[in-house]
Design a protein around this ligand. Sequence first.
Ligand SMILES: Cc1cc2nc3c(=O)[nH]c(=O)nc-3n(C[C@H](O)[C@H](O)[C@H](O)COP(=O)(O)O)c2cc1C
Length: 261
Amino acid sequence: MAEDSAARPFYTVLVLAFFCSALVAGAAVGLRPLQEANRVIDRQKHILYASGLYDPGKTIAEMFTPIETRVVELATGEFVPEDTIQPETYQQTKAALSEDRGREMNKDEDIANLRRQEKFSLVYLVMDGDDISQIVLPVRGKGLWSTMYAYVAIDKDLTTIQGVSFYEHGETPGLGGEIENPDWQDKWQGKKVYNEEGEVGLEFAKGEAATQEPDRFYQIDGLSGATLTTKGVEKTMEFWFGDHGFKPFLQQLKNKGLVNR
Ligand SMILES: Cc1cc2nc3c(=O)[nH]c(=O)nc-3n(C[C@H](O)[C@H](O)[C@H](O)COP(=O)(O)O)c2cc1C
């Protein structure tokens, strides 16, 4: 093309734009496996935070050794064989949107405001030799602005909370965003999910939690200036530890004598 051609700058920009977009697309595709691997490591870190096993002096793989990852059918609470669903590759929030592995919820049951729920969930069993010492469960629910994701670790007594770790949300920093504050998460330790009647009794106070019995076993401080986020967390727990969440699974563990042996 002649150097003084009017079309020259146009074609130069076109070629450059094409080259750059190919470069960006190539990088995005090429880096995807790395991003996925980092996402898995980040999730494992939060499972370790929740269960109190995190130790900065060790690698994630080392710390994860006593943890068995399994898939359960939520409706029955039964374990799903690995050749039916592989825990390593199962993406449960995506499954919620699928026709065969997800389901639409009606308004009455959908107290965590999720609209759809997966039929199968990952669960993490913290093993002490052949015995289960803790169960770490993934939960999620709507806060004020966003879906909040967390892991909750439950003791082998199937009601006492060992820890919690919120790992993804879009609540306001300093207000609802305080769900990720370790000081607030520490207040969950030792609280009980289920009351004497076997219903979810865990609740969040407006302000400071009760100090008298029996409420002190079930109440956690609410987040100040973030009543709606706190309500969302309460509903998230009520949903995931109720009949449509992990309650059938926890009952199966008890019935089959897999805990409290
Ligand atoms: C910019 C802005 C961001 C807010 N972010 C949150 C939030 O993340 N979570 C929340 O519960 N309330 C948030 N609020 C406050 C709510 O609108 C509402 O006032 C509050 O939940 C009431 O809680 P309180 O009774 O503890 O003040 C926000 C308000 C404003 C103006």
